[in-house]
Write a protein that binds this ligand. Structure first.
Ligand SMILES: Cc1cc2nc3c(=O)[nH]c(=O)nc-3n(C[C@H](O)[C@H](O)[C@H](O)COP(=O)(O)OP(=O)(O)OC[C@H]3O[C@@H](n4cnc5c(N)ncnc54)[C@H](O)[C@@H]3O)c2cc1C
Length: 464
């Protein structure tokens, strides 16, 4: 179908948030309140922090402050791939922390297991399906990358199935596939908005005081108590946890480490049984292709296909703006790629199109730290793989605030910071040149130019 025609009636906004299950917002913070712990941010990072703070100590008085609505940002508009990896994939983790990778992988699987147990405990229905992830190669050079990945995962004893061309097409039928690899246990599909709303509900049931539409405008520390000011009220506590993602930070130092990168997504109408039979997909895996610019796609519980990725856009100046959530040129490109991948689905239209902002850092996996004499903790920089890893990040923030040394706080990944980005306008120039080089590598059998190889040597890069 002509992509423009297929997109003509698509809503401009995240499919996941367009749901009758979306709760009414909790009241704004008004007046002055005190608590033991203030959590800023109502995405996955903040929600997990508030929930687990209460689970660790039910007597703790916890207040969560969200500037807009719970889950409205990256948390409610992502692909819903809830991954075990804490390092933005095994290869990235192996390159940066080879001596820790066993431990990081083990902690990541335990984190995903705990997410699953939490869903049972609080009866959170977010269509959790632990289907694993299918990596597919669509160009011969991508098969080499998959083989390298295969070596890594077999060394670590992970559960995987290598698939040749016919086998991968028996799982999911696209004429573009040349081979694949199914990692079976390290990834689950979720409805991210229903997960966020379920966590919100669990927080409320445990007694967390949640305030939405309460943006924190300033932070004041008198040496023992930190006071946060919102437009209509103030809140004070000894401890503060920041789960504020890529938004203008309350702690100035964070702005050197994260940049906003926009990622775009399409959602199809529900497939009929006959359309689904055309592609197979009976094991319902999340799928990622293997270029540097990659697509990710998956089924929803009513058999729509979410189709996202490829263009990862940094807008010069590095601002977060609502108008960037829509990008028609990218939507058309994504639709073209969808039909090229699944020509059998040429009659399927799109129901939703949206974008969202990712907190990219130069090492692609989150970093952690403390300020104000250890009474404030933060976690940021999840770079497009935070649906699962934010729960680990929340645990790290709680460990740091308690002063406890745990297995989590002792790994290098947690102790070390990423290399900061240069200031603007150099930042824009460097990132745009890197994006150009990455696109060129994909067009030239994956060959990386001098610039990308230099960045690789320094352990730097750009990803979504
Ligand atoms: C299009 C897209 C697709 C993605 N796909 C995947 C995927 O499939 N799998 C995966 O693992 N990850 C994916 N991600 C990344 C994932 O969504 C994020 O890593 C994760 O949601 C980060 O959660 P967070 O709570 O840290 O940040 P956010 O969800 O950004 O939440 C931060 C919250 O803090 C609030 N806030 C900020 N400043 C203040 C303040 N001063 N006062 C009050 N509140 C404040 C914001 O309003 C916001 O609600 C994707 C992201 C995008 C955008």
């Amino acid at each position: 179908m002509d992509p423009l025609k297929a997109l003509a009636d698509a809503e401009r906004g995240p499919y996941w948030l367009d749901s009758p299950a979306r709760p009414e917002p909790a009241p704004r913070l008004t007046g002055h309140t005190t608590a033991d712990l203030l959590v800023v941010g109502g995405g996955f990072s903040g929600l997990w922090t508030a929930l687990m703070a209460k689970e660790r100590d039910p007597s703790l008085d916890v207040v969560l402050l969200e500037g807009r609505r719970i889950g409205w940002a990256a948390t409610g508009r992502n692909g819903g791939f809830c991954m075990a990896t804490l390092t933005h994939g095994l290869a990235n983790g192996m390159e940066r922390w080879p001596e820790e990778i066993d431990r990081l992988e083990r902690m990541g699987v335990a984190n995903l297991d705990e997410i699953e147990r939490t869903l049972w405990r609080y009866r959170i229905d977010c269509s959790f399906e632990r289907t694993g992830e299918l990596h597919v190669a669509t160009e011969p050079w991508q098969l080499d990358g998959l083989n390298e990945h295969l070596e890594l995962i077999s060394e670590l004893g992970l559960d995987y199935v290598p698939l040749d061309r016919d086998q991968v097409r028996a799982e999911l039928d696209s004429p573009t596939y040349l081979g694949g690899l199914w990692e079976r246990s390290g990834c689950a599909m979720v409805d991210p908005a229903r997960l966020a709303w379920g966590l919100r509900d669990a927080c409320l049931r445990l007694g967390v005081r949640v305030h939405e539409r309460s943006p924190v405008r300033s932070l004041h520390d008198d040496g023992t108590t930190i006071t946060l000011r919102t437009p209509y009220g103030t809140a004070a506590a000894r401890h503060v946890a920041l789960g504020t993602g890529v938004f203008p930070p309350l702690l100035r130092r964070l702005r050197h480490f994260v940049v906003p990168v926009y990622d775009y997504v399409l959602m199809t109408e529900p497939l009929t049984a006959a359309q689904l039979a055309e592609v197979g997909w009976s094991n319902r895996q999340g799928v990622g292709d293997s270029g540097n610019q990659f697509h990710y796609y998956r089924l929803t519980d009513d058999n729509r296909i979410l189709w996202g990725g490829y263009d990862a856009v940094y807008y010069n100046g590095g601002l977060v703006k609502q108008e960037y959530d829509q990008r028609d040129a990218t939507f058309v490109k994504l639709a073209q790629h969808f039909y090229a991948t699944f020509p059998q689905l040429a009659n399927v239209r799109f129901s939703h199109r949206w974008g969202g902002v990712i907190d990219t850092c130069s090492r692609f996996s989150a970093f952690y730290g403390q300020a104000h004499g250890g009474r404030l903790a933060y976690a940021a920089g999840f770079t497009g793989m935070g649906v699962g890893a934010t729960r680990f990040g929340a645990n790290v923030m709680l460990d740091l605030l308690s002063g406890e040394r745990t297995e989590r706080t002792e790994v290098r990944m947690v102790k070390e910071k990423p290399i900061p980005f240069p200031p603007e306008p150099v930042r824009s120039g460097v990132i745009q040149f890197t994006r150009w080089s990455i696109a060129r590598a994909d067009q030239h059998q994956g060959r990386r130019n001098l610039w990308l190889r230099a960045l690789d040597r320094m352990g730097l890069g750009f990803d979504s």
